[in-house]
Design a protein around this ligand. Structure first.
Ligand code: HEM
Length: 565
């Protein structure tokens, strides 16, 4: 084939793609043409694919909802609708949470979730309703309040390991020492100055590694992002439970980085048409790297399960409870399903918790009055206690701690994007509008968490007091950190227990200030006009969003309370 033939072929393919998009736009099979949104989003999935890959999807979608709320728009309720793709509508009215995500409305997860499958479908990415209810039944008992209390010692043991490391740094910092190159900490002015994000990562990964994989990764001990994965997945899975075939060959990989890359990859490739995905994963370097991370991550689960099956134990953890779970027919999960679900729990329960803890620590560092008030509550509740690691029982009813955690989850919105659901046969009415089968609808949590009618005119600010002033039941209707309904977070009891123990223990022992009080978000031209000026006045945590909103870093000055350093 000569160059001219190739050029003609490329031109023909491009023209065909444009014609197909235009025909779809004009035919408008889901009757979405009257809804506002960027023109490119109305004709192609590429717009959302690009936005998702840039790492600020929730902020941009929020900005679009704000723009369409301007008074010059004729339709009063226009701002609650924004078209994100030819077949995807974002609806920011809190009432839509119930209408789209609750039991009984028939919606299913959209094909976005196919991009998250590795090994085999786990609870999170099982789209069929029947398969999902079966799995949810097998897994539900793992996360009951009773089970979660059995997991408390694992949380506390790793918080103690974190404190050993931080106390060590405080001791060295007091003498003016600094970390080696790459460690990123130094002692100065009575504080240790460091990025606290990696530490919250090490903590959350060690806790969930211990619970879901049967042993911690040892990140806190090594002060490093490292976890075992297998070199060959097929060989490792073939040797499951067989002592004759020996242990699979293991290597080490940076688990936190890999989970981040996998989240960015899946959340951006997942909004593109399914038939494009294998090609992108093969030929475009950024997607290829993401796809390699998916494989390494699967290898981590296989390495852990293979070890557990080779040497069964009596310990009570997520993995042993998963192994005991049975469906209606009394069947347990098969080995492949067990591996996929242990991996689901590692992914779902690691950076969710670490990013949320880090964001709360940031907001406490940037709001010294709030930190002081929280510490006064903790000191009063825990006076006379010897153990620096609190128990859940000691802190679970502290109102200001509860308000701080809720407010941190609201403002940060770790899960901020609208989680896409597909309308089932028969269609669905949401906010008074009918949507036919196959339409994809989502409610953007980040935007709902900033609704001024619900949260007040200062909704952009971190102010825990609002939880004590306003009717908590009303606020809960627009509070969606764990999503809602049959696909809502199954691990929320565990997540809450971890957050209460981590935030209470850390802030009773240490005091945080922000290293650079003017640390601002890297807004990257997303905001224009007055809202930009307003947002620039508020310190912002720099975020990169994949499936989750992840802090990029959080540099703080930390010291032991009441003890110098
Ligand atoms: C602060 C921490 C956490 C947050 C903010 C959070 C948030 C969420 C959200 C928003 C969903 C719905 C996702 C979707 O529909 O696409 C979800 C689902 C899920 N979460 Fe969490 N989560 C947290 C911690 C945990 C923990 C600790 C675990 C368990 C170890 C866990 C396990 C799961 C699982 C298995 C699902 C899928 C449930 C299903 O589809 O039936 N999460 N989580």
């Amino acid at each position: 084939m000569n160059l001219i033939t190739v050029a003609i072929l490329v031109l023909l393919l491009l023209s065909a793609a444009i014609v197909i998009h235009l025909v779809y736009f004009i035919a408008d099979p889901h009757a979405l043409c009257s809804y506002p949104g960027p023109f490119l989003a109305k004709i192609s999935d590429i717009w959302l694919g690009r936005v998702a890959a840039q790492g600020h999807r929730s902020e941009l979608v929020h900005q679009l909802h704000e723009q369409h709320g301007k008074p010059h728009h004729a339709m009063q309720d226009r701002r609650i609708f924004v078209r994100l793709a030819p077949n995807h509508l974002s609806i920011s009215d809190p009432a839509a949470i119930q209408e789209i995500y609750a039991h009984g409305n028939g919606t299913t997860k959209s094909d976005f979730y196919d991009a998250f499958v590795s090994i085999t479908r786990g609870l999170f990415n099982t789209r069929s309703r029947a398969d999902h209810s079966r799995k949810r039944k097998v897994v539900a008992h793992v996360f009951s309040q009773k089970s979660v209390l059995e997991f408390e010692p694992y949380t506390r043991v790793h918080v103690a390991a974190l404190f050993r490391q931080w106390d060590r740094l405080c001791g060295l910092g007091a003498k003016g020492f600094a970390g080696k190159e790459g460690e990123g900490w130094r002692g100065e002015d009575g504080r240790v100055w460091m990025d606290c994000l990696p530490w919250f990562n090490y903590l959350a990964f060690d806790i969930i590694g211990d619970l879901a994989f049967g042993a911690p990764f040892g990140m806190l001990q090594a002060c490093a992002d490292t976890a075992p994965t297998v070199l060959s997945q097929e060989a490792a899975m073939a040797s499951y439970g067989s002592s004759e075939k020996g242990s699979p060959e293991v290597t080490y990989c940076p688990a936190v980085r890999i989970i981040n890359e996998r989240g960015e990859y899946s959340a951006s490739i997942g909004v593109l048409p399914t038939h494009w995905r294998p090609w992108l994963a093969r030929f475009v370097p950024w997607y290829r790297q993401g796809s390699a991370s998916v494989e390494l991550l699967a290898g981590m689960a296989i390495a852990a399960i293979s070890k557990r099956l080779a040497a069964p134990t009596e310990r009570t953890d997520l993995l042993s409870k998963l192994q005991q779970g049975k469906d209606k027919e009394g069947s347990p999960l098969g080995a492949k399903e067990l591996t996929a679900d242990a991996l689901t729990q590692l992914i779902a329960g690691s950076d969710t918790t670490s990013n949320t803890s880090c964001a709360i620590a940031y907001y406490l560092a940037v709001n010294p009055d709030v930190q002081q008030k929280l510490q006064a509550e903790l000191d009063a509740a825990l006076s006379g206690e010897e153990d620096p690691i609190v128990t859940f029982e000691q802190v679970k009813r502290l109102p200001y701690l509860d308000a701080v955690i809720n407010e941190g989850m609201r403002v940060h919105s770790t899960s901020g994007i609208g989680l896409p659901r597909e309308v089932a046969s028969g269609g669905l009415t949401v906010c008074g509008r009918f949507f036919p089968e196959g339409t994809v609808l989502s409610v953007p949590t980040y935007t709902v968490h900033r609704n001024k009618e619900i949260w007040g005119s200062d909704a952009d600010l971190f102010r825990p007091e609002r939880w004590l002033e306003r009717d908590k039941n009303e606020l809960q209707k627009a509070f969606n950190p764990f999503s809602f309904g049959p696909r809502g977070c199954i691990g929320r009891n565990l997540a809450s227990m971890e957050l209460f123990i981590i935030i209470a223990s850390v802030f009773q022992r240490y005091h945080f200030v922000l290293e650079e009080p003017s640390q601002k978000a890297c807004l990257q031209g997303l905001y224009r006009g007055p809202s930009l000026r307003m947002l620039m006045m508020i310190p912002q945590l720099d975020i990169k969003e994949g499936f989750l909103r992840k802090p990029v870093m959080c540099r703080v000055g930390m010291k032991r309370r009441g003890a110098g350093m």
